[in-house]
Ligand binder design. Structure first.
Ligand code: GDP
Length: 316
């Protein structure tokens, strides 16, 4: 492998919380300028008239050091005057919007209404907050993740936040995906000959990664990529660290195991980084084990380095 490729860009397909941990680790393991995050926008929705992009915002907050790490979403040191005032007026309060967070949504909404593209707006936010990494929305078009459940068809945030992932899921849909175009830079990043590795973050495969793969052209680009494609398993000892990944797998009739993760990404991967707590099984795929629980910044860097090491090994 050439030294140039070793120093090349790393592209990450990511959702919010789990993915942002790996992206932050990569930004410390490498010069942040070499990291490109392609982010799920299937969770995006309009709330109280405001355009909210939960996964992109988690990335922006995490990479700029503003995230509330304990909570897993939103900003550190957030204040809630807006929500308190909203409640006194009988406004919808099931989705929490902190005062600082609100500023991001207001500026985004105002610029989208003026006809600007989401990718342009996010690039400007990233510059304003001094991010070295590139944060690319998977598309500038509207793709909406929806869940077919025992309570009927639910929009993503309705399922995830208002109903706390309680309804049983039968299927996941990505409305609008078939006519969506990849965001500017997305295909070029994946097919860049100087790309060192393409990583699928330990994000929810069904709710965070599948919407990205549903954008026409993304799967094909991954198939043509010069760089190895690797995933980091979101399961540790057969369980999700947080969120509905394991519950969803169960409801979709899939065994909650790393084997199912490997099968889910079948045909896409050159390698899989598996947690040491998951039994060694035949994955039919190059894989390596590491402690993938990312509690501290040191953990995030360790997992990023383990993923890069596996990528370099696969590439040789
Ligand atoms: P969301 O978009 O905010 O729901 O977050 P993601 O989809 O990016 O991440 C959710 C997934 O991250 C879940 O399946 C978790 O199991 C996984 N996850 C969270 N933290 C960790 C971690 O420290 N290590 C690993 N391996 N997976 C994690």
């Amino acid at each position: 492998m050439s030294g140039r490729a070793r120093n090349g860009r790393v592209v990450v397909l990511t959702g919010g919380v789990g993915g942002a941990k790996l992206v932050l680790g990569l930004c410390h393991a490498l010069p942040a300028e070499q990291v490109t995050a392609i982010v799920n926008t299937g969770d995006d929705f309009t709330h109280l008239g405001l355009a909210v992009s939960p996964d992109i915002d988690t990335l922006l907050y995490t990479l700029s050091g503003k995230a509330n790490a304990a909570q897993g979403w939103g900003r550190e040191g957030e204040t809630w005057s807006f929500m308190e005032a909203l409640r006194t007026l009988g406004g919808k309060d099931w989705f929490l919007l902190g005062d600082g967070d609100l500023a991001l949504h207001v500026v985004r909404t105002q610029r989208l209404r003026a006809g600007e593209r989401l990718s342009r707006i996010i690039a400007d936010f990233a510059t304003a907050w001094g991010l070295g990494a590139q944060v690319l929305p998977m598309t500038d078009d509207r793709v909406a993740t929806q869940l077919e459940t025992d309570e009927g068809l639910l929009d993503f945030q309705d399922y995830f936040v208002r109903r706390r992932c309680e309804p049983r899921v039968r299927a996941v849909r990505f409305a609008g995906a078939e006519t969506a175009a990849p965001g500017p830079g997305v295909i070029a990043a994946i097919t860049d000959p100087d790309c060192r590795a393409i990583l699928i973050a330990p994000s929810n495969p069904y709710l965070s990664v599948d919407p990205i793969l549903a954008v026409p052209g993304v799967r094909e680009a991954l198939g043509q990529a010069c760089a190895p494609v690797l995933a980091v398993s979101p399961l540790i000892g057969g369980k999700a660290v947080k969120g509905p990944t394991a519950k969803l797998m169960d409801e979709l009739g899939v065994e909650t195991s790393v084997v199912a993760i490997a099968e889910h990404y079948q045909g896409l991967l050159d390698g899989l980084l598996v947690d040491g707590g998951d039994a060694a099984v035949d994955l039919g795929l190059t894989h390596a084990f590491a402690d993938t629980l990312m509690l501290t910044l040191g953990d995030r860097i360790r997992v990023a380095q383990a993923a890069l090491q596996l990528a370099d090994q696969v590439r040789q």
